[in-house]
Design a protein. Sequence first.
Length: 400
Amino acid sequence: MSTRSAVHRTVRWRRFVAAATAGTVLAATIGAGVGSAAPGAPEHRSTATVLQHGLDDLHGLGVSGAQGLVRDEGRVTAARSGVADRDTGAPMPIDGYFRIGSTTKTFVSVVLLQLVGEGRIGLDDPIERWLPGVVDGNGNDGRHVTVRQVLQHTSGLYDSTGDLAALQSADEFLAHRFDHYTEAQLVTTAMQHPPLFAAGTQWSYSNTNYLVAGMLVERVTGHRWPTEVRSRILLPLHLTHTFYPGDRPTLPQPHGQGYRQFAPGGPLVDTTVFNPTVTASAGGLVSTTTDLTRFWQAIGSGQLLRPGQMAELRQTVLADGFQGIRPGIRYGLGIMWIPNRCGGSWAHVGSMPGMSTLAAVTPDGHRSTVLYLATELADPGPATAVIEREMALLDDLICG
């Protein structure tokens, strides 16, 4: 696959916006301080140096503002680069709020796997059993699509994101950014299209899968998916800065403004104020780097799932559409496996207009990292350079 094709096929992963504004940079170490990087890290530099250098590089490649955090057991290293606002030049916050996009999927998958462990739903149950008539029409058939296939993106369901007006152009974004959606409405939109393939035969990333997953959580528990995420994950882990805003289009302070370039060569559009119901259970959560690294350490160390469900979480298939980013990327149940020079990491990516996230953890759960970029770019060359630098930075931080 060509680099240009890889960027095109992974538009949900990253669409970065170039920003020319210079900003201040800061590296901070919280808690016990930072030790030296392990042998094999670039030039044996400290985690703080590696993180700061990487964020500065990303800023230099056109990202208006970036922040990152590494948690190595109890030791935390944080850094930022660039600006929070291109108009004022205010510095990027060190641990500001942002929309985590598809990283929400990991939270929703964990909830469903907990329900599986409680014997309340089965991974191989057909969707029709729980949501009769929801996956239906134009060749879609919920009798032949399972819970597992929905969580693993092997269902073949069309991605309803492709039909949303607010994501198509700058003008349509401004006209539709406050529109309200429900999971059921978005799934109905997807059902206007035939499936991409017979369930279980291929892999294709689709937000529709996790809209269905959110509906499953509500059907099984009687509670909306954010309520179950809060009671089962956020409260036990004390993640006090993670939440689902519903129709609230603004972010709490502090935060960096998000900017999106909707087409190559197009203008930068401030996309910060936006109704996140457009992705709901597929991508609607707001969080911080501190909360997300704690969540991913909990995932890696098995705090949230029983051993049987942990094994299911990590049952992966080749993520065909992501091979242009890195050969060998695989997808489990709401989690990705990204190979690297020290073996690999469990991870997920997320994107909302103008904001993108990359979160990862070592297989033993000891070391986690979260990178947040406050821009999305459409020009293929710069977008590719940003992806490549971000992936290299992830490797350096995870392999430490």
